[in-house]
Design a protein around this ligand. Structure first.
Ligand SMILES: Nc1nc2c(ncn2[C@@H]2O[C@H](COP(=O)(O)OP(=O)(O)OP(=O)(O)O)[C@@H](O)[C@H]2O)c(=O)[nH]1
Ligand SMILES: [Mg+2]
Length: 448
């Protein structure tokens, strides 16, 4: 029999109420032993009862107790929640009493872990529970809630089912090898099947990229030659004089960071040293840092000074590949209108006079399709663990496709297909290792 666990499920501190949650076979009996008001062992499931928590005859707290019987509970075990008055002392006292009566203190995430182990939710949904708790913006929240409803889990399950069908097909063709013609058919059908699955995986991976960005924030670097107004733009966006601004080229040496929330997405910005060849040792290190950051960025705001624009301004841009870039033409208050022919969106601003800043923000939200992301069928994964597994599954499928293309015996592609099936199972927790599960749930907060 599993232990009956207890934890304070609300954050510790002074509040109107705090909730002590108990889960396990003995939950009702144990709480009943310190509760006076009703006999909780005789009440209906999902009912709330008023009474007192008592230690011997002494009243500890006046409480409301919710009794929820298995299996229709979060953990699928009997669950009792005690709503105490929100003081630290009383809540702790109630918890101590329960421990004395036989409850074990829950580990972080243990309630959710039980929900997973008892089949109430799968691994993706469990991770979503954590994301919901940690969500900092509305779009974070809708991403997490979407994962919690299981739509992505169903997609992964469908893919596994498609692989099982292919595997069955292979088995049949191995059992009846005398039909040469059938063999040819098998190859074609297998090829189509695997290609189909690969296409669907690619869509999920592409969507996941955007999802991850929304969840973690857009890593944005402000790049350009010295003195074009990078630090001024950072300050204007942050509405704070964070970076030093002077008219001396080469002012910024180290990376200056700051975050803003535009329309629900977090922009993590880094202002960098202006890019130029220099003999100054410190500045040279700064320039190197700026260049190194390019590979890590999700978005590059490439600044050009309209009052001193020359061909050199675009040199660096030529080396940037596969990145989202917005070219920002600054200092338009000086009335030096310039037109540049490049395949990136262009926004004209004055960082100093705060002109065009809203247009720049709009362009950023457009680029990341935020509105589309929120309304379309959201089937993406939002954590590194599951994305890595999906990529591995893709590799296995690609390797099976190669075997099929090279007309190798079907039982060889069967090995890769089985591996892909297994990896997809690991995403939703159909197959798992205890160590992984322990590690994952230990990242949860206490009482969840
Ligand atoms: N007229 C005008 N001047 C600006 C504008 N933005 C920045 N400046 C000026 O341009 C100069 C350089 O600005 P910074 O923000 O320090 O430029 P930077 O790109 O960070 O420069 P480095 O750190 O040296 O690479 C300062 O004198 C700013 O006041 C603008 O929109 N209009
Ligand atoms: Mg600067």
């Amino acid at each position: 029999m599993e232990d009956t666990i207890v934890a304070i499920s609300t954050s510790l501190g002074v509040g109107a109420i705090s909730i002590v949650r108990v889960s396990g076979d003995e939950a009702i009996e144990i709480v009943n032993s310190i509760f006076s008001g009703h006999d909780l062992t005789k009440v209906n499931s999902h009912t709330v009862h008023y009474g007192y928590i008592k230690e011997d005859k002494k009243i500890i707290d006046e409480v409301l107790v919710t009794v929820m019987k298995a299996p229709k509970t979060f953990t699928r075990e009997d669950v009792v929640e005690i709503n105490c008055h929100g003081g630290i002392m009383t809540t702790k006292k109630v918890m101590e009493l329960l421990i004395r009566k036989g409850c074990k203190v829950a580990e972080p995430g243990e309630f959710t872990k039980r929900a997973f182990l008892n089949g109430r939710i799968d691994l993706l949904e469990a991770e979503a529970v954590m994301d919901v708790i940690e969500a900092k913006t509305e779009s974070n929240m809708s991403l997490a809630l979407n994962q919690l409803t299981g739509s992505i889990s169903n997609k992964i399950e469908d893919l596994r089912q498609e692989i099982v069908e292919l595997l069955t097909f292979i088995e049949v063709s191995i059992d009846y090898p005398e039909y040469d013609e059938a063999n040819l058919l098998t190859n074609d059908r297998l090829k189509n099947g695997v290609q189909n699955i690969l296409k669907k995986i690619d869509i999920i991976l592409k969507n996941s990229e955007d999802g991850i960005i929304l969840k973690n924030g857009i890593k944005t670097i402000i790049l350009g030659k010295p003195n074009v107004g990078k630090s001024s733009l950072l300050n204007t966006l942050l509405e704070e004089e964070k970076a030093i601004v002077t008219s001396i080229p080469g002012t910024t040496r180290d990376v200056v960071e700051g975050s803003i929330n535009i329309g629900g997405i977090i922009l993590d910005m880094m202002d960098t040293a202006g890019i130029r060849k220099t003999d100054d040792k410190i500045e040279e290190i700064g320039v190197k840092k700026s260049l190194d950051l390019i590979s890590k960025a999700n978005l590059i705001l490439y600044l050009i000074d309209s009052s001193s624009y020359d061909k050199e301004d675009l040199e660096l841009l030529k080396n940037i590949k596969d990145k989202k870039v917005i070219v920002v033409i600054n200092k338009i208050d000086l009335n030096n209108d310039i037109n540049i022919d490049i395949p990136y969106p262009i926004v004209k601003i004055s960082a100093k006079e705060k002109i065009g800043i809203d247009e720049l923000k709009d362009e950023i939200t457009n680029l990341f399709n935020q509105n589309k992301l929120e309304t379309k069928d959201l089937t993406y994964l939002t954590n590194a663990r599951s994305i890595a597994l999906l990529k591995q599954a893709k590799d296995s499928l690609q390797s099976s496709l190669e075997c099929i293309n090279n007309k190798m015996p079907t039982d060889i592609s069967e090995i890769d297909l089985k591996e892909a099936w297994n990896l997809l199972g690991m995403i939703i927790g159909k197959t798992y290792e205890d160590e992984l599960i322990d590690n994952l749930f230990s990242r949860f907060c206490l009482g969840k």
